[in-house]
Design a protein around this ligand. Structure first.
Ligand code: NAD
Length: 490
């Protein structure tokens, strides 16, 4: 029987009393691998109240002492990298190399947060008026909660967790109900850290569990990553309850392919971007806009790259692209390819209806290339979140930039060119928060904020780096005067 997952509350592994469970399925094999309890509001309350109690003491622990737990966590994550990566592949279908890559990104955030004694420094002015000084301190907010998506089960909680912990907050993680296993392993490592009970909590569940977190008064800060409708709903509910929130949403990322781009390199990088993680990355480039005479040559090369990409079970050697997250997702993606056809697109490479020998029950969609996608149609603006690349065409850079900007999402946009002037104009005018110049996945390193815009982000401060430090701290300004005549004279 598949194992039932536990919550980690107040330093102990506890079974949920939830009557209802969801199966967790390995998308590459179709086999159930665990049961996820849908934790109740009472269980969320126990986690919230425990975290709040822990916070009162944790905030007093000096920052140089708090980061010692992060140094230890980094070491444990390095030592257990293989097991964590394997779990990641088993629950979300990506290749082993992709899982290792996301773990490296998770660890980088731990490393950056180890600099908190410097990063959370305040500032001050002496003599803002004669004999009066003014200081700004950063203090932790309280209890933070993180609601995670399925597609980076190891990495995404780490855009927030290390910063929350290091700045003196307690923190609750609610993993994706589709991919909760890697965070179970992470919390087995957390259990070895010797942290005060309640500082880090893990609560499994679905939408109602999230709503209980959003409504619980102990939770002061909400970090969420997921689809745009969920991000919008969570941001609104958190804000209505007086909490600060940062909610990163969905995406549909365009790339301009200029006639002077080196086609061999561009094709290789763009195929990795569009089809890596089976297209289930919020930074995947999914709309290619060829500019000027490069159209036919790029289409031909890219079609070849799509046809020859090796699809298979993520743990098998030589596999370049794994499964999509579920049978429902496969059906949805294949339906959207059909809808694109119905609105006039040509399916140049068709990834529908394919299976991987030996893994017939797996949810595989093969790389798909759509040509002549109508720029104003539904396909051009719908997040497919699968290995489907849509081609469009522009005659000039100006027209291309206008097409890039004609969408509600603003997560990322890229340009491939040998021209500094074209790149510079694009960088300045493209309406997205993460920009790639000859880059397929412009993922900010841990020491930069993950800067989604527009419908890809609800809030003010993003995950990672100084934004995370600001998000997890309140500023306190102190104005002080020490009149000489009030003090004992020495
Ligand atoms: P999802 O929105 O279905 O779920 C994300 C989380 O929100 C889950 O933990 C889920 O339990 C919770 N949730 C979902 N709907 C909710 C609701 N109505 N009320 C309360 N909680 C709710 O997303 P997913 O399918 O797991 O992940 C894929 C999506 O995440 C894609 O749209 C992708 O673009 C996006 N994503 C964005 C980023 C980014 O940085 N912008 C990064 C990774 C993934």
């Amino acid at each position: 029987m598949a194992k039932r997952l536990l919550n980690y509350i107040n330093g102990e592994w506890v079974p949920s009393k939830a009557a209802e469970c969801l199966p967790v399925v390995n998308p590459g094999t179709g086999e159930p691998i665990a049961e996820l309890p849908l934790s109740s509001a009472a269980e969320v309350a126990a986690a919230g109240e425990g975290a709040d109690r822990a916070f009162r003491e944790w905030r007093r622990v000096p920052a140089p002492d708090r980061i010692q737990f992060l140094f230890k966590l980094k070491r444990l994550m390095e030592e257990n990298l293989d097991a964590l990566a394997r779990s990641c592949t088993e629950e979300c279908g990506k290749t082993r190399a992709e899982s290792v890559g996301e773990l490296r990104r998770a660890i980088e955030n731990v490393e950056v947060a180890c600099g908190i004694p410097l990063l959370m420094q305040g500032r001050n002015n002496e003599d803002i008026a004669r004999g009066i000084d003014e200081h700004m301190f950063r203090q932790p907010v309280g209890v933070g909660a993180m609601i995670a998506p399925f597609n980076f089960p190891a990495m995404i909680p780490f855009w927030f967790l290390p910063y929350a912990l290091a700045t003196g907050n307690s923190f609750i993680v609610k993993p994706s109900e589709k991919c909760p296993l890697t965070q179970q392993l992470v919390f087995e490592l957390v259990d070895q850290l010797g942290l005060p009970p309640g500082v880090l909590q893990l609560v499994n569940g679905g939408r109602e569990t999230v709503e209980a977190l959003l409504d619980h008064p102990a939770v002061r800060a909400v970090s969420m990553v997921g689809s745009t409708p969920a991000a919008r709903a969570i941001y609104s509910r958190a804000a209505a309850n007086g909490k600060r929130a940062q909610c990163q949403g969905g995406a549909k990322n365009p790339v301009l392919i200029m006639p002077d781009a080196d086609l061999e390199t561009t094709t290789r990088i763009l195929a990795d971007s569009a089809f890596g993680c089976a297209g289930q990355r919020c930074l995947a480039l999914s709309v290619g806009i060829t500019v000027g005479p490069v159209r036919d040559a790029f289409r031909e090369r890219f079609a070849e790259a799509a046809r020859t990409r090796k699809v298979g079970y993520g743990l098998d050697d030589g596999v370049e692209m794994g499964a999509v997250i579920s049978a429902e997702s496969k059906a949805r993606i294949e339906g959207l390819i059909g809808a694109a056809e119905a609105e006039g697109a040509k399916v140049l490479v068709d990834g529908r209806g394919r299976t991987v020998p030996g893994h017939e029950k797996g949810s595989f969609v093969f790389p798909t290339l759509l040509d002549d996608v109508p720029p104003k149609g539904e396909t051009a603006r719908t997040e497919i979140f699968g290995p489907v690349f849509s081609l469009m065409h522009a005659e000039t850079l100006e027209e291309g930039i206008a097409m890039v900007n004609d969408r509600a999402y603003g997560n990322m946009a890229s340009i491939f060119t040998a021209s500094g002037a074209a790149a510079r104009r694009f960088r300045n005018e493209a309406r997205a928060g993460n920009i790639g110049v000859n880059i397929g996945i412009a993922a900010p390193m841990a020491f930069f904020p993950f800067s989604g815009w527009a419908d890809s982000f609800f809030g003010d401060l993003h995950g990672q780096a100084e934004h995370a430090v600001e998000f997890f701290t309140e500023t306190k300004v102190v104005v002080e005067r020490w009149p000489k005549e009030w003090s004992r004279q020495f």
